[in-house]
Design a binder for this molecule. Structure first.
Ligand code: ATP
Length: 841
């Protein structure tokens, strides 16, 4: 039996067979998924310098013969570790679900039905359906091919596409024409493949492509904060040595062992207070939670660093059809040279018999309205097809019908006109008609026809045809409903919207005008682009926002020009050839519905609803997330200042060890509050009302700007003066009541911490507004309430004894609350003065 005669069972596998095969062959993955054990995770957390310090401190307590303090320390350490592990587990889970959502899919036939499945669930003997834009996920035999062309360069290095056939017995090459390979790309046509090998067994797997899989690099923010932590740790080490030395000298009347242990303890307290170990937690939690929230709003982030970049976007390059317009076309105008009915027939014959392109669907329904059925249009034999390419911008079909052989062609008018023998007068007339239609935003398609006597006369390429121009068709594709508002939102946010389209300039300009893109009459065409060098283009893109008649390859140059001008560029794309530009853009955006698998794989972001509004909302969220990270970093810095200074100053002032303001256990207690406050409360802060009226941030700017640093230092110093001042004064007045003094100071830090979150939630809005915005958020109340209840528990229950704290009377409690409020709320006056000054200027 020859390969051609083989009959395949087209019903596909049953669910039972799939289950058995999955058991036998496993998942279709190049590298099996690694599972990190819970124990390893805890070990990972324990490796952090902060925890090492904590453990050393508890050991010292045990050596000192104070197991009570040691145990309390260990309880707190367990608390902090639990928070960290839970957060890590949650972010891991979030990231995994995100990965799952954006994992590649493939259509298979199982149980006689077409089904979309995760590519990793493919098994040998599955029937997979492939079409243009699909990256093939497994090796297999081609059992059906229509115009199937595959780019196998990732395996063979051959740039030229390979036309696949269903039988290739004569060919002894290693790479077969009747076989498809994982990792290669369908550039044209469609087909059905009988899966043969999956995962590491495929040719792709065999040559070790898995080695190339990039590790998760730290994001730019992670690098920045990593550096910041190192600097803080360096300074902490220095001060730790200083404080230990001073304590050692101060305890001259103690025995040597005590002197050593006390000095180590005060050094450790300071080091713990100074290292802002919350930074990495903030970043992972904020970025992954941000990505998760975006996914719920139909915007799937594929790479975590993109969440950071989103807020810095200054140029948004979008295609017209489907992004700015609704991608639903209707024929609303026609112009014909002969009878209109003839033009209808020819344009109908130039369409695919079963089209998925909305334009072709619109043309066929226009034919239907003219009583020309599909049955009538496609009743002949299709002898040949001139495929549509982005370069040609036209396509055609050769039909053998009762009346003879007809070549029906449709496409961009300027391309079709070139193939027609028109007089100058006729050309002027046609161009007038084209202008009339395009200037109201219609897409104009020209229709041409050629009759030949026999098959031998059919030209082998479209360019060799000698056409008769039959007419023009104008198609309407209305702009999306909210697009005008969305573009205005971008303009207010300092983001330039740039339209890149394959359509003609006049149509593009008209649509741009309708949707409010500024300078809509400045246009650069694909031909202009070809004549420009990169420097000229860099200058031009500063004032031009419309690029027409471009091919996907031009997109790369346009993105490059913007990037060279220092812009942060986001770009949408859906085709196979858009992938390089999507990869090159700072944020490549693929369309979830109409985008090819390849474009999705190249993109940083997938729009699940293909909607322009979602892009703008995503940018807004990107800004919110970045600003919240910045607020959290500022907050951590601020709150560490009073803790660190208190741990530094008390020993320097020669205060005896038992009377010190903060012992290690108190620092851990504060860490227990700081961590959830910043990673939960600040992460949830809604966007400030004017967030989209600000210019995009400078992408090179540090997360901790000099302004935030200054603000944090001043705020931190004020809280320090308030808390340490209260502690010190209390200590002076009631020398034997070191515990009361400590409790007052600690209470001030804890209360001011709650208020600080609200005060610092905006640079312009008052804390009252932030409080109002989050008043219905139960998590917010849980954290705030938790801190207050926690404060009462450590002061008024027997726990206070374990923590070396004392009960405060009502007067003392009112005093500390008042001091805490003043120590933070003063910044509200700064905001009022600033906004008054801004309004005046
Ligand atoms: P955008 O880039 O804004 O999404 P587009 O994707 O519609 O625009 P292309 O699909 O590249 O742009 O089409 C460019 C031009 O090619 C169209 O303006 C039209 O003249 C021609 N064209 C597109 N599709 C077909 C088709 N199926 N048959 C004939 N001509 C076509």
């Amino acid at each position: 039996m020859t390969g051609q005669e083989k009959i395949y069972d087209m019903r596909g596998l049953t669910e039972e067979q799939v289950k058995l095969a999955q058991k036998k062959f496993g998942k279709n993955q190049l590298t099996p998924e690694k599972k990190e054990s819970f124990f390893l995770k805890i070990l990972e957390v324990l490796k952090e310098p902060m925890f090492l310090l904590l453990i050393v401190a508890s050991i010292i307590y045990f050596i000192l013969g104070e197991p009570k303090d040691g145990i309390i320390m260990l309880v707190f350490v367990t608390g902090v570790i639990s928070i960290d592990v839970i957060q890590e587990w949650k972010t891991d889970k979030t990231l995994k679900s995100l990965k799952n959502l954006s994992a590649p899919h493939i259509t298979v036939i199982r149980n006689s039905e077409e089904k979309l499945i995760h590519s990793e669930n493919l098994v040998p003997k599955d029937l997979m359906i492939i079409a243009e834009g699909v990256k093939i996920p497994a090796d297999g035999q081609v059992i059906k091919a229509s115009d199937l062309c595959i780019d196998e360069s990732s395996l063979t290095g051959e740039a030229e596409g390979v036309w696949k056939i269903i039988f290739d017995d004569e060919n002894n090459d290693y790479w077969k024409k009747d076989y498809c390979y994982a990792g290669t790309l369908v550039t044209q046509g469609s087909g059905i493949i009988l899966v043969d090998k999956i995962g590491a067994e495929t040719e792709y797997g065999k040559i070790g492509m898995n080695v190339i899989a990039a590790p998760d690099d730290p994001t730019p923010l992670q690098k920045q904060t990593g550096k910041l932590i190192k600097i803080c740790a360096g300074i902490a080490a220095l001060f730790c040595a200083l404080v230990s030395g001073i304590t050692f000298l101060n305890l001259i009347d103690h025995i040597l062992k005590d002197r050593i242990i006390e000095s180590i303890l005060s050094g450790i307290t300071l080091a713990m207070a100074m290292i802002p170990e919350e930074f990495p937690v903030i970043l992972t939690v904020f970025l992954s939670m941000g990505a998760w929230r975006l996914a719920k709003k139909k915007s799937l982030v594929r790479k975590l660093p993109s969440v950071e970049t989103l807020g810095a976007i200054s140029v948004l390059c979008v295609d017209k059809t489907g992004t700015i317009t609704i991608n639903k076309m209707t024929v609303v105008d026609t112009f014909s040279f002969g009878e209109e009915i003839r033009m209808c027939e020819v344009i109908g014959m130039a369409c695919e018999t079963d089209p998925y392109d909305p334009m072709e669907k619109a043309i066929l329904s226009y034919c239907e309205n003219k009583n020309i059925s599909k049955k009538y249009l496609f009743e002949g034999e299709l002898l040949a097809e001139y495929s549509f390419t982005n370069e040609l911008k036209m396509m055609g079909h050769v039909w053998e019908r009762k009346e003879g052989i007809i070549i029906a062609v449709k496409g961009a008018p300027e391309r079709i006109i070139k193939l027609c023998n028109l007089s100058e007068k006729e050309i002027i007339k046609v161009e007038e008609e084209i202008y009339k239609m395009s200037s109201v935003g219609l897409r104009v398609i020209a229709v041409g026809e050629m009759k030949v006597n026999n098959k031998e006369e059919v030209p082998d390429t479209l360019e060799k045809c000698n056409l008769e121009l039959v007419g023009l068709v104008g198609l309407e594709d209305p702009p999306r409903r909210d697009i005008k508002d969305d573009i205005q939102r971008c303009i207010n946010a300092g983001i330039r919207v740039v339209m890149i389209t394959g359509d003609n300039g006049v149509t593009a300009s008209s649509i741009a005008k309708q949707v409010g893109i500024p300078h809509s009459s400045n246009i650069i065409t694909g031909d202009d682009l070809n004549k420009m060098n990169d420097e000229e283009l860099m200058k031009k893109v500063k004032e031009v926002s419309i690029f027409s008649r471009v091919i996907p390859e031009h997109k790369m140059r346009i993105v490059k020009a913007f990037k060279n001008n220092g812009d942060i560029v986001a770009m949408t794309g859906d085709g196979v050839n858009d992938a390089p530009a999507l990869k090159y853009a700072d944020i490549g955006i693929a369309m979830g519905k109409r985008g090819s698998e390849v474009s999705k794989e190249a993109a940083d972001l997938i729009l699940l609803d293909d909607n322009f509004s979602t892009i703008v909302d995503t940018v807004k969220d990107g800004r919110r997330i970045y600003i919240n990270i910045r607020k959290a970093v500022g907050y951590v810095f601020t709150i560490h200042i009073p803790i660190a200074l208190a741990s530094l100053l008390a020993p320097i002032l020669g205060i005896s060890a038992s009377m010190l303001f903060l012992l290690p256990v108190h620092v851990v207690l504060l860490e227990l509050i700081i961590d959830p406050t910043c990673s939960i409360v600040l992460e949830r802060q809604p966007a400030e009302h004017d967030i989209m009226n600000r210019k995009p941030r400078d992408a090179k700017e540090n997360i901790l700007t000099s302004h935030i640093l200054m603000k944090s230092i001043i705020q931190g110093l004020v809280i320090f003066v308030a808390s340490f001042g209260a502690y010190y004064l209390c200590l002076q007045n009631t020398v034997d009541q070191g515990k009361t003094a400590r409790t007052m100071g600690l209470a001030i830090i804890m209360i001011s911490n709650i208020i600080l979150v609200h005060v610092n939630s905006s640079e312009t809005e008052l804390a009252y507004n932030s409080f109002k915005n989050t008043i219905k958020d139960p998590v917010m109340w849980a954290i705030t309430g938790g801190t207050i209840i926690g404060l009462f528990i450590i002061i008024y229950t027997p726990i206070s004894g374990f923590l070396n704290l004392a009960s405060l009377n009502v007067k003392q409690l009112l005093i500390v609350s008042g001091i805490a409020i003043i120590s933070v709320m003063w910044y509200e006056f700064v905001k009022i003065i600033k906004s008054y000054r801004d309004r005046k200027s």
